[in-house]
Write a protein that binds this ligand. Sequence first.
Ligand code: CP3
Length: 322
Amino acid sequence: MRQAGRFLPEYRKIREKHEVLAICRDPELCAKVTAMPVEVLGVDAAIMFADIMLPLEGMGVKLKIEEGIGPIISEPITNSRSANALQKLDAASDVPFVLDAIRLVKKILNGKAPLIGFSGAPFTIASYLIEGRPSRDFAKAKSVMYRDPKAWHVLMEKLADSMASYLQAQVDAGVDAVQVFDSWVGCLSPQDYRQYVLPYSQRIFKRLEKSGVPRVHFGTGTSNFLEEMRMAGGDVFSVDWRIPLDVAWRRLGYDVAVQGNLDPAAMLADIDLVKAFAGDILGRVKGRTGHIFNLGHGMLPEASAETAAELVKFVHESTRSE
Ligand code: CP3
């Protein structure tokens, strides 16, 4: 989760000279930043350095990413006309640099760690496209959902199809797993999730069923509708820190894998407390297979790389099977 971005000093140094999207568009730089956390922190997997909004440029959306704020859209989507105007993504011609970077990262990692590709989920991307910027209440997005369901449908369907083909292109280029980020979906009621979001997320997971790679379904604030999330699909489910891991896993079912659960803010504590938090999570796993140790959301900019590296070591030592 935001392994490189924000907090690694080696990354911050590169960021002094290059914008986030410029790093994404430069395969060599992108590959270097992607592999960095495996080398510096010793984590077990690398996640592609990209952004959920990056492929939107290929669909005709003008955007920038502002530090400390997030994605800003020049002309937000407001109705069926602007939703219809959105072009479908053709990954090979629209974002060739992502696919080139994947091939480069695979070479650098050389089997040392698997590589995770990702996309945003339709709801989380749609919320940025409609709101125009990060939002607290998602009032504009919900208003399109309730007042103009036709526009909502067009937008969500287009995003689902585009993200499915984007993820498949990443698999074809060599990623070992894919993760779909529905970061802000927790703002919805279970009923609205079922009606306005589930069918579109489901469309993505279905399309990737035959890809042969594990599919990770990420969300935060989803403890009220884990069962619905499960229905939408995925092989691995992210849970945040608002629910104990064992409770979430029981509800999701032991036939799926789980990840997440550590509060990103826990990383700001002294290392002994960080280890206590991690130990609590591992205790709830009770030695079951199918648990990926992870934060429940992205690393905070204030987190220290030393603490992160120590945590990785602690988890490895606590879970190593002799
Ligand atoms: O190692 C990595 O950091 C992985 C690369 C990555 C980025 N964005 C680059 C980035 C990943 C996996 C993402 C996903 C992403 N982007 C999500 C889904 C995951 C999540 O955290 O919920 C979302 C919602 C976005 C949209 C976005 N981009 C936000 C909300 C922000 C935060 C703005 C900030 O500075 O706090 C961004 C900016 C962004 N994307 C950064 C990075 C590394 C911030 C650091 C920087 O400016 O260099």
